[in-house]
Design a protein around this ligand. Structure first.
Ligand SMILES: NC(=O)c1ccc[n+]([C@@H]2O[C@H](COP(=O)([O-])OP(=O)(O)OC[C@H]3O[C@@H](n4cnc5c(N)ncnc54)[C@H](OP(=O)(O)O)[C@@H]3O)[C@@H](O)[C@H]2O)c1
Length: 239
């Protein structure tokens, strides 16, 4: 499937006055996305299961476990109370559990992976939507993976739970676009590539800042920019 590479979205240079919530912001790609948005001037709520793990002093740590609805609601309520707005939601939190092929996969691995990687973003987005929709051009950025790319003929090669969770995240992205684009929401997904984090390991070819580049860029899209797409290296790619 060929993609139109000629898309040139208009992005905000400055996020002064805007508010972002990033899940899984304690380390890895999420910490780098949060840092990039704070550097652009956004008020950044750094979602963390343990807020003591957020070390950046230009962010607001907020307790948020994507599998615990109470913490999700409380986090969004706090953003609303303190700032009265939410411009950007980055669904970054994710887990990767080793598993070979489906016949050898434990259903515990499947359930846990889907709970964090797919149910989590769905739940956070559900609670954040009303704030995001208060202004034209609220953005949802879903951090997916090359392993979630299913039209490019790359499925297969182990990790079924993770792959299926990220395919589902693409489905959530497409659904959000189909349902809410007309209300001004810009929902996109991105692959960060293979990144040197606890998840990606030391041999990965990208730094966390490099992995954060496209998600953080999508978070700067201005109203009218494209949505419902899957991006890598700032270019649309096949789902
Ligand atoms: N690294 C790669 O090569 C790569 C490639 C493609 C896609 N990705 C995607 O990029 C995203 C970030 O990955 P990463 O490499 O930065 O992973 P990481 O270093 O393992 O960090 C994962 C983050 O997710 C958080 N998290 C895990 N479970 C959570 C939960 N239930 N609620 C809230 N937060 C939770 C962790 O918080 P704690 O500190 O509390 O554990 C941590 O902040 C993931 O969605 C991943 O699938 C990564």
């Amino acid at each position: 499937m060929t993609e139109d590479k000629s898309v040139e979205p208009e992005v905000y240079d400055s996020l002064d006055g805007q508010v972002a919530l990033v899940t899984g912001a304690t380390r890895g790609i999420g910490a780098a996305i949060a840092a990039a948005l704070a550097e652009r001037g956004a008020v950044v709520y750094a979602g963390a299961r343990d807020t003591g793990d957020v070390t950046a002093d230009d962010q607001r740590p907020v307790r948020l476990d994507v599998t615990a609805g109470r913490t999700v609601r409380a986090a969004v309520d706090r953003v609303a109370e303190e700032t009265g707005r939410l411009d950007v939601l980055v669904n970054n939190a994710g887990i990767f559990q080793e598993c070979n092929t489906l016949d050898a996969m434990s259903m515990d691995t499947f359930d846990r992976t889907l709970a964090v990687n797919l149910r989590g973003p769905t739940l956070v987005t559900k609670h954040a939507l009303s704030l995001l929709l208060e202004r034209e051009g609220g953005r949802v950025v879903n951090v997916s993976s090359d392993l979630g790319q299913f039209t490019g003929g790359q499925m297969g090669g182990a990790y079924p739970a993770y792959r299926i969770s990220k395919v589902g995240l693409g489905g959530l992205t497409a659904y959000l676009h189909g349902e809410y684009a007309s209300a001004g929401l810009i929902a996109n997904a991105a692959s960060p590539g293979w990144v040197r984090t606890d998840m990606g390991g030391p041999n990965a070819n990208r730094s966390p800042a490099e992995g954060a580049d496209t998600p953080a860029w999508l978070a700067r899209f201005r109203p009218g920019s494209p949505g419902g797409r899957f991006w890598k290296d700032r270019e649309p790619t096949a789902w």
